[in-house]
Design a protein around this ligand. Structure first.
Ligand SMILES: Cc1cc2nc3c(=O)[nH]c(=O)nc-3n(C[C@H](O)[C@H](O)[C@H](O)COP(=O)(O)OP(=O)(O)OC[C@H]3O[C@@H](n4cnc5c(N)ncnc54)[C@H](O)[C@@H]3O)c2cc1C
Length: 539
């Protein structure tokens, strides 16, 4: 069995090493056009920020180790330039010597990943201070620039997770950072309930954020950017974090079917439309485990697990017979906050035309409030109306964020519904959680929503008539400040609500204005129990 692997960072080495462990006789050759294999790409911002000091720690395996430990023939600086399905062979160019040669295969894996997109901006090609981050080589270039040029200011285009993680690295280097983002929010793919909190964190750490703007021109060899509103901003350095595009050119030329956005389409056996040709990782389009709809799978954990699974499937492992689909579970450190997501956001559902869903937004403490350092978990759950099928979840906060989203991801994998969440038995002790923990509460609220005890509504969904005629009740206690974006029409502290309930007109709908915690929920149940039509604003 001769197996060729194209791509040596995440998916490729994961596949090759697993295959070796179950097949000692296979001839495995791995081609990588870059200078390194098995780079922990996700760690690069932490290396640049000085959190990880040792460069070699970011390179998990070298070609020599893969040869010595796993008997894999690793060829760095070797680029596969063509795939010939008719002869089951590939053309390869040795980038150091210029030599070209062919290699035949029984099975071929394409794990060529993705490359950063660089928008076509006038003057950007003349900038000698503009960088992207994807590989160790790109990280080395940034590090060299920081160490030799000592920039005082950097302008980042794109406020996605790589833009923000790299912003933190620059701040740790003492550099003043401005992020320019074309949309109205930072931290895509999160929804606004989460991104507003991330934006505050950026502000707190001195990062300037300019929303709804892009670069229209780069001037003076990268030392000034012009934005869509015509304003000019001097800078010492540019960083482009505007997303990635799949490396699928050689696949397309070989007749492999691609999606509209150039990802390789694979089936549940991770196979392309060509016999014995497989693909995994950032280069593929697979299907969503949640909706069955096509989706790219742009995450390191997905690439690694797909590689392991493919080796097992090719070896006939009876427990690993197909790839069930991609959920999409990510987590990012944004300064002192953790933000994590699983599945679909509300924005992505809207883009797909899916509207039959409900959202729950809760802000309970991450552990018992009476134990020191309790902090809020701001969690949004999205589920399908009536069935309770979990479509996605997002959370942001300081403690226990990835734990809750990990639990939700496991619930999705196990096909649990939002109505099953109250039954999740979550380990409890005051330093760690609450007796009814975050996902239990989210499940209770989903059930309440479906049994119509009270409504939950976002400010943007309040009917225009209600904005002028309804009662907007603030339940803040004396001395506390009003929260949320709606100006209340009435304030009755929750502790006095039962005694003063007659002050609230019964012929008008009552909206409980937004507050963190369980207070609005308690107020809603009191009012609903007395026959009021009540809705709780979740902002
Ligand atoms: C800064 C940063 C932070 C990230 N953080 C996270 C995170 O926290 N969590 C997470 O899950 N994901 C994260 N990611 C994404 C993650 O790195 C990718 O999902 C993952 O690396 C994809 O693995 P892959 O094997 O599919 O492709 P890649 O890692 O892109 O590797 C593909 C390799 O194939 C090589 N190649 C391409 N074409 C050829 C060819 N023709 N011949 C030979 N070689 C070729 C390329 O040079 C490349 O080295 C991050 C990415 C970056 C850049």
């Amino acid at each position: 069995m001769k197996v060729l692997v194209i791509g040596g960072i995440a998916g490729g080495p994961s596949f090759a090493t697993r295959l070796r462990r179950i097949n000692e006789d296979a001839n495995i050759i791995l081609f990588e056009r870059g200078s390194q294999i098995s780079v922990a790409s996700c760690a690069l911002p932490y290396y640049l920020g000085g959190v990880i000091k040792d460069r070699s720690a970011v390179i998990e395996r070298t070609p020599e180790i893969l040869k010595q430990k796993n008997n894999i023939d690793v060829r760095i600086f070797n680029e596969v330039t063509a795939i010939h399905p008719d002869t089951k062979s590939v053309d390869v160019k040795n980038l150091r010597t210029g030599e070209t040669y062919s290699e035949d295969y029984d099975d071929l894996l394409i794990a060529t990943g993705a490359s950063p997109t660089v928008p076509n901006i006038k003057g950007l090609e003349d900038a000698d201070n503009a960088f992207v981050l994807r590989s160790m080589d790109s990280a080395d270039k940034i590090k060299h620039f920081l160490d030799t040029q000592h920039p005082k200011h950097v302008t980042i285009l794109g406020a996605g997770s790589i833009g923000i993680e790299t912003a933190e690295a620059f701040v740790r280097n003492g550099i003043d950072v401005t992020i320019v983002e074309q949309s109205a929010h930072v931290a895509a793919p999160f929804d606004p309930e989460i991104t507003d909190i991330v934006a505050e964190e950026l502000h707190k750490h001195g990062v300037h954020v300019i929303l709804n703007q892009s670069f229209t021109e780069v001037q003076y060899h990268g030392h000034q950017v012009v934005l869509s509103d015509g304003s000019s901003h001097p800078t010492d350095m540019l960083f482009i974090g505007t997303g990635v595009k799949p490396n699928s050119e050689i696949a397309a030329a070989a007749g492999i079917t691609l999606s509209d956005d150039n990802h390789i389409i694979i089936d549940h056996h991770l196979q392309t439309n060509l016999p014995d040709v497989y693909a995994i990782g950032d280069v593929v389009e697979t299907t969503s485990l949640i909706t069955g709809l096509p989706t790219p799978s742009l995450l390191s954990s997905a690439a690694n697990r797909q590689g392991h699974l493919l080796a097992d499937m090719l070896s006939g492992n009876p427990f690993e017979t197909e790839y069930k689909g991609f959920i999409g579970a990510g987590v990012s450190k944004f300064f002192d906050l953790t933000a994590s997501y699983v599945g679909y956001t509300e924005q992505s559902l809207k883009q797909l035309g899916i509207t039959n869903y409900q959202t729950v937004f809760i802000t309970p403490f991450d552990h018992a409030y009476f134990y020191p350092n309790a902090d809020r978990v701001n969690l949004k759950l999205i589920y399908e109306n009536k069935t309770g099928k979990i479509l996605g979840g997002q959370a942001v906060g300081r403690n226990g964020i990835d734990k809750r989203i990990g639990q939700l991801s496991a619930a999705i994998t196990g096909n649990l519904t939002a109505f099953d969440l109250p039954q999740l038995e979550i380990p409890y002790s005051p330093p760690y959680s609450a007796t009814r923990d975050v996902l239990n509460i989210a499940g209770y609220i989903a059930i309440n929503q479906q049994t119509n005890q009270y409504e939950t509504v976002k400010v943007s969904d309040i009917p225009a008539d209600d904005l002028t005629s309804a009662t907007f009740l603030d339940i803040k206690e004396p001395g506390k400040s009003t929260t949320g974006s709606i100006t209340p029409t009435l304030n009755i502290p929750l502790s006095q609500l039962r005694d003063r309930i007659t002050e609230i007109p019964k012929d008008k709908k009552v909206y409980i204005t937004f507050r963190k915690g369980i207070g609005p929920y308690n107020a809603s149940t009191i009012l609903a129990g007395k026959g009021y039509q009540v809705a709780m604003i979740t902002e």
